[in-house]
Design a protein around this ligand. Structure first.
Ligand SMILES: [Fe+2]
Ligand SMILES: [Fe+2]
Length: 248
């Protein structure tokens, strides 16, 4: 039994694609087929696949049906996290959405799922992504304070949701945690955040995140071991569509 993760499928079987990168960058060409083949080669029915958000470019659920069918048809148990593009999924109506989707797609929002003796916990997360203002040497000298204040409100709400998820994991009897976030836990000028502090507080062994696309963004946040916690970026284009094994 193994646990795999990947984020940012950005499927669009039913809507016209406007994302320039996805139209031109070779890493995105035929990515649906490449990811499906990797999953079929690696995953067994007893395995679990966590998809870390930005599942679909569809705006409403009716525009995402084929994308969700594609995910349903992948091998293993599927757990889905919300990304910033997933407008078909209103966080406050997750229970109703879960009823509609059925138990082949499990939604991770204010809850937790057991994997062996671990609780899989998570939330979309958030981080302030600028704009940052640079000097001639390319060093950050200032940033948009208004946007930062807006981001702080979203970060606070997401931290509350994450706390609910950790507590749900504890109620399931788990004392070991793997934390999934759609957004990176920190931005380019941070070494820590409320998300890294919650990971420490609850003793998470790993923090797994996505959202960062393209070479220039792959090193925006923490990678490898920090404070005894392993941080991994699993956005699909970073992994070249091969799901990342998180646990055996
Ligand atoms: Fe994305
Ligand atoms: Fe995203």
């Amino acid at each position: 039994m193994s646990l795999y993760a990947l984020g940012d499928l950005h499927l669009h079987f039913q809507v016209q694609l406007k994302a320039q990168r996805q139209l031109t960058d070779p890493v995105w060409q035929g990515h649906e087929e490449r990811f499906r083949r990797w999953c079929e080669a690696l995953l067994r029915p007893e395995d679990t696949l966590v998809l870390l958000g930005d599942h679909s470019f569809g705006r409403k659920l009716a525009e995402c049906e084929k994308d969700l069918d594609y995910i349903r048809a992948l091998p293993g148990k599927k757990i889905l996290l919300r990304g910033n593009h997933d407008s078909f999924w209103d966080a406050k109506k997750t229970v109703q959405l879960q009823e509609k989707l059925g138990d082949e797609l499990l939604l991770l929002q204010n809850n937790a799922f057991l994997y062996r003796d671990y609780a899989l916990v998570g939330t979309k997360g958030f981080t302030f992504e600028g704009p940052f203002y640079l000097n001639r040497q390319g060093r950050i000298i200032d940033w948009d304070r208004e946007k930062e204040a807006e981001a702080d409100r979203l970060i606070e709400r997401e931290a509350e949701r994450l706390r609910l998820s950790f507590e749900a994991g504890k109620k399931l009897g788990a004392r070991k945690f793997i934390l999934f976030l759609h957004y990176p836990p920190t931005n380019i000028r941070e070494k820590s955040s409320v998300f890294t502090r919650l990971a420490q507080e609850y003793g998470a062994e790993q923090v797994v995140y996505a959202h960062c696309h393209g070479q220039s963004r792959f090193h925006d946040s923490l990678l490898g071991m920090h404070g005894g916690i392993r941080y991994s970026l699993v956005s699909g284009d970073f992994l070249n569509w091969k799901p990342c094994k998180i646990l055996d």
